[in-house]
Design a protein around this ligand. Structure first.
Ligand code: DGJ
Length: 717
């Protein structure tokens, strides 16, 4: 390093404020404080993360714990947040505090920036914290840059690290696979590391999800105890590291998974990490979930506060086997059902290699003329004539090797130049690190929208992880592929959102393998699972509801598990964003009437269902039943959803205690969604009760019948 440079560095450091005199940095919501302090050695430490402190003066009593953003090669022997191999080969980085500032974004939101710098190497990190007061959410991420002469290798780049000093730590993780999404399991964390990560590239959440719950001093419970809910906004390889250290304290690092992704950072280039979003609740995971739901609807989810379209999809009803006539019949059925839209799924495109199954055609987005001779415009028109909107499925990031696109542009595809290809669902992933490919993918949506301005909805699928990891575009920078690919995906999402800001879109990934809060900036909802067996769905919806508002969770009534009644299947989908994927021909008259009435109830109660507070009352993991409810903000209306799964003979049935009501108000109880010609058998049906009674004593709504359900409307009198 040049002498002048060292002198300039020293000067900069001397001119910076005396670290030891710095006041603590306070990142606060209405309920939580995260306090950082600068030590006499000029380094930044976490002093507190917990319930908001009432007196500013008490901050001075806090002791220092672990460094906020430890670099590799220092005196900390645990997992670093940042690791850089400098141009001289030195792998150590030690960050000192430079300055910080906090600004009020508005009455609810504050943003804090903390600037850190290595005294010896010109490496800088800016820590970002955005605190949402009312929703009790903190979003944290980092920016890394350097001014060395040549690119440096960065091989750890966490978004954030949090530190906990508690008696015990319990992790609830969410694992799964196709049709087995978000299975919840809890374990106590002991000394050492537990890592939750994915290396799938795209369809990244197929086996594990980008969120977790951390019970502090005990396992997470629904309505009591301290619990942190954390999630990362990254639609690719992510990693959460939970490390219990030699003192029994826990370090929690969140970020992009650095696996095969040592990043060559050019001088002055800024490496921005994804956002880690968390909430700390002192009254269990139920409250924490509602915090995230509120925040998502207000700030993150595309059109978070807006309406949602009910729909009839054709995937389960027809698969690839349809023609114009069949689709037109389904459009009429959509109208008969009373839903807003018909959604055409996979199988409508490609000519040289028509998409008659999943082995060909992906990539060729022209309508199959032999199958749909009048093209998409005709379908949009036919839907309009039937009285419903028209939506369409695409999977634009993927390609079948049997396609014209692959024949023309093999260089646009992630695949090995020198090995036999491995295919996941007979397809490969397009190389979105390549700007030309980004243009192409954006062009698919743009062309469809330009030719069909009345297209009302897109279902955007992504069925394959990245396989055959090699980018023809990145050449010798293969280590950038996992990261630059995701950044390329976001560039496309951004362009679509900018040009079509009001277009509702469903994020789908071979079921529910894409569900993170960065992608959901661009999508109004996501597909939870191809598993629409209502029994399974009760668990899947319970799992996803931990992090997502039910208005973002698409749930369709299908013929999976036909042993259950159409009422049970519909009542299960009813708590989320309701859709159907079944032909009316599969139902008798009464069932059709029931479905029509259910859609009408759903439309009438949409405001409570889509925008109300969500309470999980009885867990399917703990009992043979489950119950959840929505209550609107002014506590005048609520919907209670009750399900008996497979109860035991003669088992003891407990009343369900409601939540979210006003204790001093009186509510009328009415069972809705009844099959035609049946009456409610609920003793409480038609009666009125105080909110106090409903929440303290509850209603006897469970039964010992298998796969039985009840939807109950509560109205303030
Ligand atoms: C996977 C999705 O999860 C399904 O809903 C369906 O769209 C198929 N892909 C179509 O190939």
């Amino acid at each position: 390093m040049k002498k002048e440079f060292l002198a300039a560095l020293a000067c900069l450091f001397l001119l910076s404020p005396m670290a030891a005199q710095e006041a603590p940095i306070r990142i606060s919501t209405h309920e939580t404080d995260l306090i950082l302090t600068v030590a006499p050695n000029g380094r930044l430490y976490q002093s507190y993360l917990g319930k908001r402190l009432a007196h500013e003066a008490d901050l001075a009593h806090l002791s220092r714990h672990t460094e906020v953003y430890p670099g590799s090669g220092a005196e900390d022997y645990f997992e670093p947040t940042l690791a850089v191999t400098h141009t001289d080969g030195n792998p150590t980085t030690i960050l000192s505090y430079l300055s910080s500032n906090t600004r009020k974004v508005d009455d609810n939101v504050t943003e804090t920036l903390v600037f850190l710098k290595d005294k010896v190497y010109p490496v800088e990190v800016t820590l970002h914290y955005v605190a949402y007061g009312k929703e009790n959410i903190i979003k944290a991420w980092s920016e890394i840059k350097h001014h060395e002469k040549k690119p440096v290798d960065i091989w750890r780049y966490a978004s954030n690290m949090l530190y906990f000093e508690r008696a015990s730590y319990y992790l609830t993780e969410f694992s799964g696979d196709w049709a087995k999404e978000v299975r919840m399991s809890t374990q106590e964390l002991q000394f050492g590391k537990k890592i939750i990560d994915t290396k799938l590239g795209s369809r990244a959440a197929m086996h594990t999800y980008p969120f977790f719950e951390l019970g502090l001093d005990g396992p997470p419970r629904e309505d009591s105890g301290d619990v942190l809910l954390g999630t990362i906004g990254w639609t690719g390889n992510f990693q959460f590291t939970f490390e219990v250290d030699n003192n029994g304290d826990l370090r929690l690092l969140s970020g992009i998974n650095p696996y095969a992704s040592t990043y060559q950072l050019k001088p002055d280039e800024v490496f921005t990490t994804p956002e880690f979003i968390f909430t700390l609740s002192d009254s269990g995971r139920g409250k924490a979930s509602r915090n995230i739901h509120d925040w998502a609807r207000e700030y993150q989810l595309k059109d978070g506060k807006g309406d949602r379209l009910t729909l009839l999809n054709n995937w389960e009803a027809t698969g690839f086997n349809f023609d114009e006539q069949k689709l037109e019949e389904l459009m009429k059925e959509a109208k008969t059902l009373g839903v807003d839209m018909f959604l055409l799924d996979d199988g409508w495109f490609a000519n040289k290699y028509p998409r008659a199954n999943d082995r060909a055609g992906l990539g060729d987005w022209d309508v199959t003329r032999t199958k749909l001779p009048n093209g998409v415009p005709h379908l949009v028109k036919a839907a309009k004539e039937a009285g419903v909107k028209f939506g369409i499925w695409i999977e634009p990031e993927m390609v079948n090797p049997k396609s014209e696109l692959f024949e023309k542009h093999p260089d646009w595809v992630i695949h090995q130049p020198n090995r036999e290809a491995y295919y996941f669902r007979n397809q490969l992933v397009l190389d979105l690190s390549n700007p030309q490919v980004q243009d192409y993918v954006f062009g698919i949506v743009d062309k469809l929208m330009t030719e069909n301005p009345d297209l009302a909805y897109f279902k955007w699928d992504c069925n394959s992880p990245i396989t055959n990891i090699y980018s023809p575009y990145l050449k010798e920078k293969q280590n950038h592929l996992y990261i630059d690919h995701v950044r390329g995906v976001y560039k496309v999402f951004e362009r679509v959102k900018n040009k079509y800001p009001n277009l509702p879109m469903m994020l789908c990934s071979g079921g529910g393998a894409r569900c993170d809060y960065e992608a959901l900036k661009y999508f109004t909802e996501f597909w939870c699972s191809d598993n629409t067996d209502p029994v399974e769905r009760l668990y899947i919806q319970w799992g996803f509801s931990q992090f997502f508002p039910t208005k973002s969770m698409s749930a369709h009534v299908t013929s999976w598990n036909k042993k259950t009644s159409i009422k049970f299947r519909t009542d299960v989908a009813m708590m989320c964003k309701l859709g159907f994927d079944i032909s009316l021909k599969e139902m008798d008259e009464k069932e059709q009437t029931y479905c029509r009435q259910a859609v009408a109830h759903y439309n009438r109660l949409k405001d409570v269902i889509l925008n109300g507070d969500f309470y999980r009352l009885v867990s399917p993991y703990e009992t043979n039943h489950t119950a959840v409810m929505h209550a609107n903000r002014n506590q005048s209306k609520a919907v209670l959803y009750v399900y008996d799964i497979y109860p035991r003979y003669g088992e003891k049935l407990l009343p369900v205690k409601l939540q979210g009501l006003d204790a001093s108000k009186t509510y009328k109880v009415e069972e809705i969604n009844l099959l035609p010609e049946t009456r409610s058998r609920l003793q409480s049906n038609g009666k009125t009760y105080t909110g106090d009674y409903l929440m303290k004593v509850g209603l006897p709504v469970f039964s010992t019948a298998s796969t039985n359900s009840r939807i109950i409307e509560l109205t303030q009198q």
